[in-house]
Structure formats: C-alpha cells, structure tokens
Ligand binder design. Structure first.
Ligand SMILES: Cc1cc2nc3c(=O)[nH]c(=O)nc-3n(C[C@H](O)[C@H](O)[C@H](O)COP(=O)(O)O)c2cc1C
Length: 494
C-alpha cells in the first residue's frame, strides 16, 4: 500500500513538474517572440484570450444568443427547418417571438374569407424552355435544392440530397463541381451547373466540350443546364475548393490535379458580354436539347435591360429559359470577407427589380425566374412568390435538413456534421438514408406551409399570390404593400 502511495506521489510531483516546466518555456517563448503584442506583454496568460474567444463562438450559440439573434440564420429559423425535416410539429405556443418592427419585415395581408381546405390545390407544375428546347422541363416543385458542388459537399451529403429530392419530387442543382454518381443515385431531377472552370464538361485545355456536354445530357435525369455567372457570396470571384478537399475522386470528376486547390476563373473567359452570353446559351441548348439558363447576383442592372432588348431583337427563342437570381448575402463553402459581406444586392431588392425588367420586355411567359437567398422558412418563400418568383431554391436550408449546426467551418474540412468534410470519421455521423427522409420532409412541409399562407391571403395555390398580398414594414413604422413599393409592370394575371 505504502509503495503504491509513494508511486502516486512521485507521479504527481513529476506531472506538476512537467506542467511548471512547460509554463516556464511558454513564458519565455511568449516574452521574446515579436509577432503577438498581447502575448509579449502578458506571457502565457495572454493565450487565454484566444482560447476564450474561440470558445465564445460555441457558448453564445448554446447559452447566450436569443432565438432571433444569430447570423446568418437564427435559432428560430434553424429550429423550423429542424422540426419540419424531422416531421415534428412546427406549431409554436403562447405568441410570436419575432420583432415585427424592423424595416423590410413582411406582413401578409390575410383575407376575411380564407380559402377553404376543400378548395385548396397544390401549386401547379410549370414548364421551362417551352418552344425553345427540344426537351422542355415540366418542373413539379416550387421549392428546390440550390447548387452546392460535390467537393464542397461530402459524399453522404450528396447521396442524402439526391435521394431526398427524388422522394419529394423536386430538382437538385449540382453546383459547379460536375456530376457525380451520387447525384444520380436517388433518381431525382438534376440541374447541371456549368461554372467558370467548366468542371465536368471541359476538354483538356479547360474549354467547354460539346462531346462532354452530350455525355451529361444523355442522362435523362439531367433536365436543365445552368451557366453560373456569379453567386451572391462572391460576385467576381471564382469557386474555391481548398487543396485538402481535392481527393482523387473529386479531381477525376472535375478533371483537375489531386491535392491542389481548385480555383476557377472569376468569370467565364469565353463570355464577356451579353451577345456572347446569348450565343453560349444557344450553343448549349442546341447541343443538349435541354433548357438553359444562368445564375447571377444582381449589382449593376443596365446589362439586364440590354440582354432583354437583344433577346427581342434575336427572337424570343434566343432567351435564357430561366434566370436564377442569387442574393448578395448568399452562402458558400469559402469566400473573401468583403465579397461575402458587401458586394451584390440582396434578394429583397434584386428579385422585384429583375421581375419588372423581364416583364417590361414582354418576356414574362418565356423566362422563368428562380429566387435564391435565405429562403428557409415558409414566410421567406411566400414573400419571393409574391414578389414574382416562379421557383424558389435553398442551399443552406437543405444543409440544416442534413443536420448542419452552423459551425461555420465549411472551408476547413472539419465540419462536425459530416456535410462539408471529406474526413471519413466525421462523415460517419451522416446517415444518407435517414437524412434523405429529412430532406424530403423539409420540402413537403415547406410546400404545405407556403400553402397555408396562400390560403390565409385568400388564393387557392401559392403561385396565385401577388405583390398586393404582402406588405413590408417601412422606416416610418408603417407597412406598405409590395406593389406600391415596386409597382408591377403590366398586368399580373389572377
Ligand atoms: C457549401 C456551399 C457550396 C456552394 N456551392 C455552390 C456552387 O457550386 N455553385 C453555386 O452557384 N452556388 C454555390 N453555393 C451558393 C448557393 O447555391 C446559394 O446560391 C447561396 O448559398 C444562397 O442560398 P441560401 O441562402 O439558400 O444558402 C454554395 C453554397 C454553399 C453553402
């Protein structure tokens, strides 16, 4: 017994001695290094600042942040997606915790005679590319999955989205990383995105290859092609996939070297003006036979007027079959801070503006508008439909459905929920079969509750909502109807 106690005492003294020694070494390192002022002035103890600052990020989310406080998405929004995706009740008790005073808050205009359930119908499917593409696409869902590349997303995440989209009957956009077997696995409708590096459809020199386009289009599941001009989080900057994420499979699918950062050009080198954009759309549509559109974040908008004029000059068959308008505050796997924060108009401003420019040019029935950017709750989607969107999409909403906890580590390969990492031990937690069901539940609940808003404002289906059905809170504290703030161009048919 005494021998054991003696042994433990010696071990204790040894450990304490090691700690003291380590502290003395750290003291001298901190005192004599020149790069960090706090550590130089407060050796050892100054390190606590960084530890606590890192921990604060987690503690704020769990203990201190109020339900409506966090960015980019607050707890109330995340909880709604979580409940919807787990098929739990999304009802809440006692009263709203949402402050209705901030400028821009949408207030829907309830009708004294809401639509009876027996009269309510699903939003009808909508045709894209009619009269222009050999195989137009009858898109069944008004809510769909936005572009997130395989590479930015993990294998199980893409598998879950593909299977979930098939169950829900919505489309899934590949993002700019090319088409993987995991996109095809579930059998869902796919929108193939062509990014500035043309991953998945490039020849050896990085140019768009008609042969590769044909190969992709041969998959019946691939319903449309989307040229990515820009995305809200980084307008004017190409895609960034950090080197640690470029494994053999991703390199093979994209057609790039393994283990090197995958950085795409900040613009399509072969599209430098409106005419070249329309030529490229015509080429892809001709080669693939499928509808072709483009994705952009709106900043300067004179070019859109010119684009629509040029379409009318060439004939309406030359028009893009759809335009995806992304919000300036959109998400990404990785982007420079100034671009993610302050470049590009938000969807709230860009969407009605784009809809008006399209309608003014008489192209309402020809070009579909797909709205993107923080549309994660039924309120957001219903607002976008009122503003004139034909379809809505979400990226980060679907990440929440997959279990994302907003740890903001998409660029580090250390995503704790396995969604944006290629670390197999972290991917293990993400079961594609279970999460596919959640993805499908999220879409179904979204469509159902957008319907609830539509019925409350007195129309039979969500696509029948108009600008006068929603008011926005203005700086003077009063709300004004959206059709007064953005008078619709031409008559919106009822
Ligand atoms: C992890 C991640 C990867 C993304 N990858 C792409 C991409 O490859 N192509 C693209 O156009 N947008 C990409 N985006 C942007 C989204 O498609 C979307 O435009 C943006 O996040 C705004 O939508 P949200 O608010 O619903 O997330 C990505 C976003 C995230 C979060």
């Amino acid at each position: 017994m005494t021998a054991i106690l003696d042994g433990l005492t010696s071990l204790f003294i040894f450990v304490v001695g090691l700690i003291v020694l380590a502290l003395i070494v750290l003291f001298f390192i901190d005192r004599y290094q020149t790069s960090d002022t706090v550590r130089r002035n407060y050796p050892v103890i100054g390190r606590m600042r960084y530890v606590l600052s890192d921990l604060g990020e987690f503690f704020r989310q769990y203990f201190f942040a109020m339900d409506r406080e966090e960015m980019p998405f607050n707890r109330a929004q995340r909880d709604w997606v979580d409940d919807a995706s787990k098929a739990k009740s999304t009802n809440v008790a006692f009263g709203s915790t949402r402050n209705l005073d901030p400028v821009g808050t949408p207030i829907f205009v309830n009708c004294p005679w809401p639509t009876l359930e027996r009269d309510a119908v699903e939003a009808p499917a909508m045709l894209i590319g009619e009269g222009a593409a050999r195989q137009p696409y009858l898109a069944p869902s008004l809510f769909n999955i936005s572009g997130m590349s395989y590479g930015a997303l993990s294998t199980p995440a893409v598998r879950a989205l593909s299977n979930g989209a098939a169950k829900a009957g919505c489309w899934m956009n590949t993002g700019e990383g090319g088409l993987s077997p995991y996109h095809l696995e579930g059998g869902c409708d796919i929108v193939f995105q062509i990014g500035t590096a043309k991953y998945g459809v490039r020849d050896d020199d990085g140019n768009l290859s008609d042969a590769k386009l044909r190969e992709v289009a041969a998959h019946e599941q691939v319903r449309m092609f989307e040229l990515k001009l820009s995305q809200g989080a980084k307008p004017g900057k190409g895609g960034i996939l950090p080197a640690e994420k470029v494994n053999e499979e991703i390199a093979e699918i994209r057609g790039i070297p393994v283990g090197e950062a995958s950085i795409s050009p900040n613009r399509h080198p072969d599209i430098g003006n409106t005419e070249e954009l329309l030529d490229m759309i015509a080429r892809i549509r001709e080669v693939t036979g499928k509808p072709v559109g483009f994705k952009t974040v709106v900043g300067a908008y004179g070019w859109l007027e010119h684009l629509f004029e040029e379409v009318n000059r060439r004939g309406i068959h030359s028009a893009p079959d759809f335009i995806t308008v992304d919000s300036g505050d959109g998400g990404t796997g990785a982007a420079p801070l100034p671009l993610i924060d302050n470049v590009g108009l938000t969807l709230q401003e860009a969407l009605p503006m784009l809809v008006d420019l399209r309608d003014k040019a008489g192209l309402k029935d020809r070009i579909r508008i797909v709205a993107s950017g923080k549309l994660v709750t039924p309120t957001d989607v219903a607002w976008a439909l009122c503003a004139g969107a034909d379809f809505t999409i979400s990226a980060r909403g679907f990440m929440f459905a997959l279990g994302c906890i907003q740890s903001m580590k998409c660029n580090k390969n250390t995503c704790p929920t396995g969604i944006t990492t290629h670390d197999k031990s972290l991917q293990r937690g993400l079961d594609p079969a279970n999460k596919a069901v959640r993805v499908a539940n999220f879409v179904k609940q979204m469509r159902k509750e957008v319907g609830v808003i539509a019925h409350s404002v007195g129309v039979t289906n969500p696509r029948a909502m108009k600008r006068y059905h929603v008011r926005l809170v203005c700086a003077d504290g009063r709300s004004r109807p959206l059709d007064e703030l953005y008078p619709a161009v031409g008559v919106q048919p009822d």
